[in-house]
Design a protein around this ligand. Structure first.
Ligand SMILES: Cc1ncc(COP(=O)(O)O)c(C=O)c1O
Length: 395
C-alpha cells in the first residue's frame, strides 16, 4: 500500500454518519446534526436545466476543466460579486470545490513543502496536503479570540519551507468570518514571503449579523499572481450531490490543473455543468431565503446552547455550524461509559440520546463537538433538548 494513503485516517464525519444511518435503519429515532449540506432542495430551474441537457443529448465529454460557457459565467460572477477580474481561461471547473482544493495542493506543493492551515480546519485540508507529500503546519485560531486567524499567528507559524496557506472564511467548523484588517496583513506577508494563498470561499454567501465577507484576493490585489479563489455550487445553491466547484488562478496554475484533471477525472458530469450554468443566472431569492432561514436557526441555537449547563459556544457569524465546548465534562460517566474526549463524547451521545454530532478532534480541536444547523428547526429543538438531557445525566 502507498505510504501516503496509509498515513490518512478514515473520515470521522463519515464514521459517525454511517453509525447514525445504521441505527436509523434499525428503526431508531436518530437525530443527526452532523450534516455538512443544506437541507433545502436544489432549485427547480437548476434541475430542469440538467433534464433539458440530458434530453438534448448533452451527455458527452466537455473540456476537462469545464464548458467555456460555464467558465465565462463564473468569471463574470467573480468580477461582479467579488471584484476579481479573471479571463475565463483562468477559471477551471472540477468535481466540487474539493477537487479544486486537491488539484491546487497537488500542482503547487512538492514533497517536504509546508502548508499553513488555520486551525480549527475543514477536515480534508490537512489530509490533502499529506496526500500530496506536503506537511500540514497548523496556525492556531484560539477560541478566546473568536477562532479568528491573525497575521501574527501566520507569521509565527511560517517556516522557510512554507509554500502555501489555505484560508477558509467563513469557516467550517467554527463559523468565524475573518477580519478584513487581518486578511490584508496576512496577504501582504504572503506577498513578502512568496506564499501561495488558496482562498476557500465556499461559504461566502452564508453570512449573518450584518457581517461582510471579504476575499483576501480583492483586499490585496498584489496577491493575484500567487493566489487562487475557490468557490462552489454545493452550499450556495444546495447542490452538494451535483459535484461542481470552481477555482480562479494564474494561468500556469490553471494549465497544470487542466493536465492533472485530464489524466485523473476529466470533466465533472456534463448535465451537472448545465445545471450549474442555470444556477448562475438565478436571481438571489433562493439563496436569500435559505440564508434567512439559517439565520433564524442560528439565533435559536445560540440561545438554546447557552442554556445547557457545563457547555459553551462562541456565536458563529458565517457558514452553518457551531463548535460547542464540552471539555469541562470530560472525566464524567454515563451508564458506565466514561467520556474522556470529543470522540467518546459523541459516541456516548449517539448511543444514549440517539443524537449525532461530529467530534471536534476531526477539525483539530478535541475540546469541542460540531453541530450543523443546516437541518430543520424541529430537529434542532429536539436535538438540543437531547444534548441537554445527556449533559445533565453525566456524573
Ligand atoms: C470548507 C469547505 N471547503 C470545501 C468543501 C467542498 O465542497 P464541495 O466539494 O461539495 O464543493 C466543503 C464541504 O463541506 C467545505 O466545508
Amino acid at each position: 500500500m502507498n505510504r501516503r494513503i496509509k498515513a490518512v485516517p478514515p473520515s470521522l464525519t463519515l464514521a459517525i454518519a454511517a453509525k447514525a444511518a445504521a441505527m436509523k435503519e434499525k428503526g431508531e429515532d436518530v437525530i443527526s446534526l452532523s450534516a455538512g449540506e443544506p437541507d433545502f432542495d436544489t432549485p427547480q430551474p437548476v434541475k430542469d436545466a440538467a433534464i433539458k441537457a440530458i434530453r438534448e443529448g448533452q451527455t458527452k465529454y466537455t473540456p476537462s476543466i469545464g464548458m467555456p460557457s460555464l467558465r465565462r459565467a463564473i468569471a463574470e460572477k467573480l468580477h461582479a460579486e467579488n471584484g476579481l477580474k479573471y479571463d475565463h481561461t483562468q477559471v477551471f471547473v472540477s468535481v466540487g470545490a474539493k477537487q479544486c482544493l486537491f488539484d491546487l495542493t497537488f500542482v503547487l506543493c512538492d514533497e517536504g513543502d509546508d502548508v499553513l492551515i488555520p486551525s480549527p480546519y475543514w477536515l480534508s485540508t490537512p489530509e490533502m496536503a499529506k496526500l500530496c507529500g506536503a506537511n500540514p503546519v497548523f496556525v492556531p485560531c484560539p477560541e478566546e479570540m473568536g477562532f479568528m486567524l491573525t497575521a501574527d499567528a501566520v507569521r509565527k507559524a511560517w517556516t522557510p519551507k512554507t509554500r502555501m496557506i489555505v484560508i477558509n472564511t467563513p469557516n467550517n467548523p467554527s463559523g468565524a468570518v475573518y477580519d478584513e484588517r487581518e486578511l490584508i496583513a496576512i496577504g501582504k506577508f504572503c506577498v513578502e514571503k512568496k506564499i501561495f494563498v488558496v482562498s476557500d470561499e465556499i461559504y461566502e454567501k452564508m453570512i449573518y449579523n450584518g457581517k461582510k465577507h471579504h476575499s483576501i484576493l480583492e483586499l490585496v490585489p498584489e496577491l493575484r499572481e500567487q493566489a487562487a479563489f475557490v468557490g462552489g455550487f454545493s452550499k450556495t445553491w444546495s447542490m452538494t450531490g451535483w459535484r461542481v466547484g470552481y477555482a480562479a488562478a494564474p494561468r500556469d496554475v490553471v494549465d497544470a490543473c487542466d493536465r492533472l484533471q485530464g489524466h485523473m477525472t476529466a470533466n465533472t458530469a456534463t448535465p451537472s455543468q448545465h445545471a450549474a450554468l442555470a444556477a448562475m443566472i438565478l436571481d438571489e431569492s433562493f439563496t436569500d431565503a435559505m440564508i434567512k432561514e439559517f439565520d433564524k436557526r442560528r439565533r435559536f441555537c445560540v440561545e438554546r446552547i447557552r442554556k445547557i449547563p457545563g457547555v459553551s459556544t462562541v456565536e458563529p457569524h458565517g457558514a452553518f455550524y457551531f463548535l460547542i465546548r464540552v471539555d469541562g465534562l470530560y472525566g464524567k460517566s454515563i451508564g458506565g461509559k466514561k467520556v474522556t474526549d470529543s470522540l467518546t463524547f459523541c459516541e456516548a451521545l449517539l448511543e444514549k440520546e440517539k443524537l449525532a454530532a461530529v467530534p471536534g478532534v476531526a477539525f483539530g480541536t478535541d475540546r469541542h463537538v460540531r453541530i450543523s444547523y443546516a437541518t430543520s428547526m424541529g430537529a434542532l429543538e429536539k436535538g438540543l433538548d437531547r444534548m441537554e438531557r445527556f449533559v445533565r445525566a453525566l456524573a
